[in-house]
Write a protein that binds this ligand. Structure first.
Ligand code: CMP
Length: 152
């Protein structure tokens, strides 16, 4: 079982798409085991996007991600890190395949609605940035026997 950090970004909140996008992860069968609405500070933005801080687009990215609340969540499931990345689609909404979240709802490279960790190391780091251990509510869903076979 893997865990990943997902952020519903400020454009998602402002465009009233939170429920529809959260539904995609729920409908897939993943467990949401932590969730909160919060304001990203410039300091948190610099930590989260440390690999992008020196890039020319970073000032715009920081203004965007701190410009309205986000919803942070931890999503759990089998192969969840890669599967959620696939569900999001390519970074740019203009390049993302139809049927992906960005492909269906975004036409922007910056305002691409959702962030998800890109690998196990990033997931561990990003979950630690947004959540403390006591904010994680791990549970065994009662519908697991109807989502996959015992040996999957
Ligand atoms: P995300 O998956 O959260 O990771 C980094 C974010 O930076 C990305 O989504 C976009 O919102 C943004 N981003 C990446 N590349 C560019 C770019 N070339 N110009 C502007 N924003 C970008």
């Amino acid at each position: 079982m893997e865990r990943t950090l997902v952020l519903l970004k400020p454009d998602c909140v402002q465009r009233r798409l939170m429920g529809r996008i959260l539904s995609r992860f729920e409908e897939k069968g993943f467990n949401v085991i932590a969730m909160k609405m919060m304001q990203v500070t410039p300091e948190l933005s610099k930590q989260h996007y440390a690999e992008h801080v020196e890039k020319p687009f970073y000032p715009g990215l920081e203004a965007f991600i701190t410009g309205a609340p986000v919803v942070a969540m931890i999503v759990e499931g089998l192969d969840v890190i890669q599967v959620v990345r696939d569900m999001l689609g390519a970074t740019s909404g203009l390049k993302a395949a139809a049927g992906t979240i960005r492909g269906d709802f975004s036409s922007s490279r910056q305002m691409n609605l959702v962030h998800a960790s890109d690998g196990p190391e990033a997931a561990a780091r990003e979950m630690g940035l947004y959540f403390s251990a006591d904010e994680i509510c791990s549970y065994e869903p009662t519908l697991t026997p109807w989502l996959r076979a015992d040996d999957e």
